[in-house]
Design a protein around this ligand. Structure first.
Ligand SMILES: NC(=O)c1ccc[n+]([C@@H]2O[C@H](COP(=O)([O-])OP(=O)(O)OC[C@H]3O[C@@H](n4cnc5c(N)ncnc54)[C@H](OP(=O)(O)O)[C@@H]3O)[C@@H](O)[C@H]2O)c1
Length: 256
């Protein structure tokens, strides 16, 4: 007896969606990479210097049955970022989601500002955003999403955050413009603006009293967790969040 294999063809496996997460080695980026992998995406975990942390993120994902690789690139270096996207395409066949979590924060009053520190921060936060966004605009497949990172400090206007908030104001300024430039591509562009979130960036250099005071500021009376922010990014970059486009979403427990 012969079996008619055409009668019950094996369904083609659903195409895997692919995410590039810059700054995916630590903090919010790591939580985003893990969440997207849990949601079934193959993830390229980018980092700048800390290969061991990037490998830890990858191990956490693959240990849970997901797909991920770690790829170094300074987000402000165009050749390195092009190579990062090349690697994603070679490994997984394309790019559907780009999350630019890489960022730096230097705090100072404007009177005391060290201009070399300002340049270094703006190189990562502003130039880096544009280098990554440019590559995303060129390569994202239909149905895709770009998610940038601002900060709620753009609204709270705390002293000493001037240069940092200015760099994130640039991210907010380009978000709707890029969304409009991608008309017809079926690609969304949004930014998330977290409030105080318990990562190295937030915790380093602050006293327990300062941390406690900031934690009590939002009506929900706690710090954000990287996972709180990852859930928002995952929504914005999922088919369920695809009608949200050109927006800056403040994720901060109601701080402002
Ligand atoms: N935490 C907060 O309270 C908070 C609030 C509002 C907004 N944000 C924003 O959220 C994003 C993530 O912050 P986080 O708190 O997760 O920071 P974090 O814990 O300090 O992690 C920063 C990540 O960015 C990477 N990175 C830094 N410079 C880079 C560069 N030039 N190229 C590529 N990767 C680079 C780091 O990799 P290496 O370790 O390899 O350098 C690391 O993976 C940032 O854009 C930040 O401004 C954070």
């Amino acid at each position: 007896m012969t079996t008619n294999t055409n009668q019950h063809p094996t369904p083609a496996p659903e195409a895997v969606r692919v995410a590039v997460v810059t700054g995916g080695s630590r903090g919010i980026g790591r939580a985003v990479a893990r969440k997207l992998a849990r949601d079934g995406l193959a993830v390229v975990v980018n980092y700048a210097r800390d290969a061991a942390s990037a490998e830890e993120t990858v191990a956490a994902i693959t240990g849970a049955g997901g797909r991920a690789i770690a790829v170094p690139a300074d987000v402000a270096e165009e050749k390195e970022v092009a190579a990062l996207f090349d690697r994603a395409e070679e490994e997984y066949g394309g790019v559907d989601v780009v999350v630019n979590s890489a960022g730096r924060m230097t705090l100072s009053t404007i009177a005391d500002l060290d201009l070399a520190a300002l340049d270094a921060m703006h190189r990562t936060n502003i130039r880096g955003t544009f280098v990554v966004a440019r590559e995303a605009a060129r390569r994202l497949r239909a149905g895709g999403s770009f998610v940038g990172f601002s900060t709620s400090v753009v609204g709270t206007q705390f002293p000493t955050y001037g240069a940092y908030a200015a760099s994130k104001g640039a991210v907010e300024a380009m978000t709707l413009i890029m969304a409009r430039e991608l008309r017809g591509r079926d690609v969304t562009v949004n930014a998330v603006a977290p409030g105080p979130t318990a990562t190295d960036m937030f915790l380093e250099g602050k006293s327990p009293e300062q941390i406690d005071q900031l934690a009590k500021t939002p009506p929900l009376e706690r710090l954000g967790t990287p996972e709180d922010i990852a859930a928002v990014v995952a929504f914005l970059s999922s088919p369920a969040g695809h009608w949200v486009n050109g927006q800056v979403l403040r994720a901060n427990g109601g701080m402002i």
